[in-house]
Ligand binder design. Structure first.
Ligand code: PLP
Length: 458
């Protein structure tokens, strides 16, 4: 079937019949259908009717260098022509995968010098846990397999990674989850801390909770702590200052591995290759990444882990087989795309660009806090979230059925701006190439969209 012969309405109908989208609310989808995107260039996407939008979501936190770059298309095409696939198992490799693994060792903090390649973020998180099990068994610590993560975190949508995640809305009763070895502690969201508590008191409460959780489960049973440096899908929650270093110290004290899930926060989103060390001053044992590693041009994820872990699992004389991996681990086309993506970030100095424009983006976004339903605008560099509330003093929320975030996003879409609704929130993570004028357009248009929504509610 040639898609150029399909009208938009035929495409939407066909899509309804056959494409089960991630996070589909079936009834709503049957009524509304999808917005077919036909073209993308830089920060802009164009639908099949020719309407252009500024995509402030950056695809899905991923189009870091912006889309439509000929140089990327050429690198991908060239790798396809030369060698589109090579078996990565056991003793065969390919040049882009080897080069990318070496490059990641150079860019990642501390002694994170080893990479398991995956097909995306969820499989990077799954792979990290398989690695942890293997590591603990190699050390003879067969009971040390429990995981601690946080409420409201997002770590992917495989059975395991979704169970590690802690977003209530992602845990509907129709799905089953692993609960026997995964434990959740509080989300470090000071905006929602008990009234009257200082940030220092709140931080101490969070740290006590982590330490107490380790002690309750038993340090001999807790294998790893999973944490996004800044919560992404949970609503761009930046933990209180000092949280990362203190939780890292607690993990070290009890021999608990620290897994930093940088699927969103790496490759420039916070102005650095990785946020763990350069932004928050911690050297995790494992970093999981995906998304910005290729800027969305190819699907790829990576689980980057330490020399210390590698020494244990590969100790000579054991003949151990790390029986884990995928057909597409280290896929040459995806790795070639990642290498070109990294080259572009370096050449165009996009990390510095984020450090320059990020504060302006945050500052301008915060001007929306004068609107009567905007409870808080929060974020860092090119991650931002608007939290909409019914009452700014009590911070009470609108009824979920009102779908306030979606109403605002729909108005924004009408006005040519894509923002992502997550229940009562609207989140954004534009490409690193965003300009001041584009930031001004985002803020102006989102203000209009919120004002229209307020009018609808009256
Ligand atoms: N981890 C984090 C922090 C994420 O934000 C995501 C996706 O949004 C994932 C993991 C899962 O990545 P993927 O959707 O590529 O499987």
């Amino acid at each position: 079937m040639n898609n150029t012969t399909l009208t938009t309405s035929a495409l939407v109908e066909l899509d309804k019949q056959h494409f089960t989208h991630p996070w589909t609310v079936f009834d709503v989808y049957q009524q509304q259908g999808a917005l077919p995107i036909a073209e993308a260039k830089g920060c802009y996407i164009t639908d099949s009717n020719g309407k252009r939008y500024l995509d402030a979501v950056g695809g899905l936190w991923c189009t870091n260098i912006g889309l439509g770059r000929t140089e990327m298309a050429d690198a991908i095409a060239e790798q396809c022509r030369q060698m589109a696939f090579a078996n990565p198992f056991v003793d065969m490799t390919n040049i882009p995968a080897t080069q990318l693994a070496a490059k990641l060792a150079e860019l990642a903090p501390g002694d994170l010098n080893h990479t398991i390649f995956t097909c995306g973020g969820s499989t990077a998180v799954d792979s990290s846990y398989r690695l942890i099990q293997y590591y603990q068994n190699c050390r003879g610590k067969h009971d040390k397999k429990h995981i601690i993560s946080r409420n409201n975190s997002y770590h992917g949508s495989t059975y395991l990674s979704m169970s590690i995640g802690g977003k209530a809305g992602d845990h509907p009763v129709e799905f089953d989850f692993i609960s026997d070895f995964i434990h959740h502690i509080s989300c470090p969201n000071f905006y929602r801390a008990a009234a009257g508590m200082s940030e220092a008191e709140y931080l101490q409460q969070l740290l006590d909770e982590l330490e107490q959780k380790i002690l309750t489960i038993g340090p001999d049973k807790v294998a790893a702590f999973y944490a996004e440096p800044i919560f992404g899908a949970g609503g761009v929650i930046v933990p209180p200052a000092g949280y990362h270093q203190a939780t890292w110290a607690i993990c070290k004290k009890y021999d608990v591995l620290y897994v930093s899930d940088e699927v969103v926060t790496s490759f420039g989103r916070l102005g650095h290759w990785f946020a763990s060390w350069d932004v928050f001053g911690i050297k995790p044992d494992i970093i999981t990444t995906a998304k910005g590693i290729t800027s969305g041009y190819q699907p790829l994820g990576a689980c980057i882990y330490s020399d210390r872990i590698h020494q244990v699992i590969s100790e000579p004389g054991h003949g151990r087989c790390f029986a884990h991996g995928f057909t597409y681990s280290g896929h040459p086309v995806a790795c070639a795309a990642a290498l070109k993506n990294i080259e572009i970030i370096e050449r165009e100095q996009l990390l510095q660009r984020v450090l320059d424009i990020g504060p302006y983006f945050q500052q301008q976004m915060k001007t929306l806090q004068d609107l009567p339903i905007v409870g808080q605008v929060r974020g860092q560099q090119l991650m931002v979230c608007v939290e909409n509330v019914r009452d700014k003093v009590s911070k009470s929320l609108f009824d979920e059925e009102l779908d306030i975030g979606k109403r605002i996003a729909d108005h924004a879409e009408d006005l040519g701006l894509i923002v992502r609704p997550i229940v009562h929130l609207n989140v954004m993570s534009p490409p690193l190439t965003i300009t001041k004028d584009e930031v001004d357009f985002i803020v102006r248009t989102l203000r209009q969209a919120i004002e229209r929504t307020i009018n609808d509610l009256q």
